[in-house]
Design a protein. Structure first.
Length: 118
């Protein structure tokens, strides 16, 4: 196992979810695998982005006929650093973005940190 990469899954709650990794990642990607709306939304966050921000992509064709976009920068309810505590360690938070973090739907994640930070 590479100590600089973590993968896993959590169940969506509709509220913020803290994912403990033992490190603060430099890159996070989350994907709603069970998306009932068939958008299969993904959020990506890079170190240096503001907490709660992310690049959101969906499988919808961006033809201007809906309010949904195939990709967009979101500025709230995205991904944030999670400082954690001495008992659970640091990691990241999946915000309450409604397409990705839907209650009862599986969210897969990949979190990566720079190897030099190990």
């Amino acid at each position: 196992m590479n100590p600089n990469i973590r993968t896993g899954s959590v169940e969506g709650t509709g509220a913020a979810i803290n994912v403990s990794l033992g490190f603060v990642p430099d890159y996070v990607k989350v994907f709603n695998y069970d998306d009932a709306g068939s958008l299969f939304p993904t959020l990506e966050w890079w170190n240096g982005m503001t907490d709660g921000h992310a690049l959101k992509t969906t499988s919808i064709a961006d033809d201007g006929t809906t309010s949904k976009k195939s990709s967009e920068k979101i500025t709230s309810n995205g991904i944030s650093e999670y400082a954690g505590s001495t008992s659970d360690g640091s990691g990241f938070t999946i915000g309450a973005e409604s397409d990705v973090n839907a209650s009862g739907e599986t969210i897969f994640y990949m979190a990566v940190r720079d190897g030099a930070a190990a």
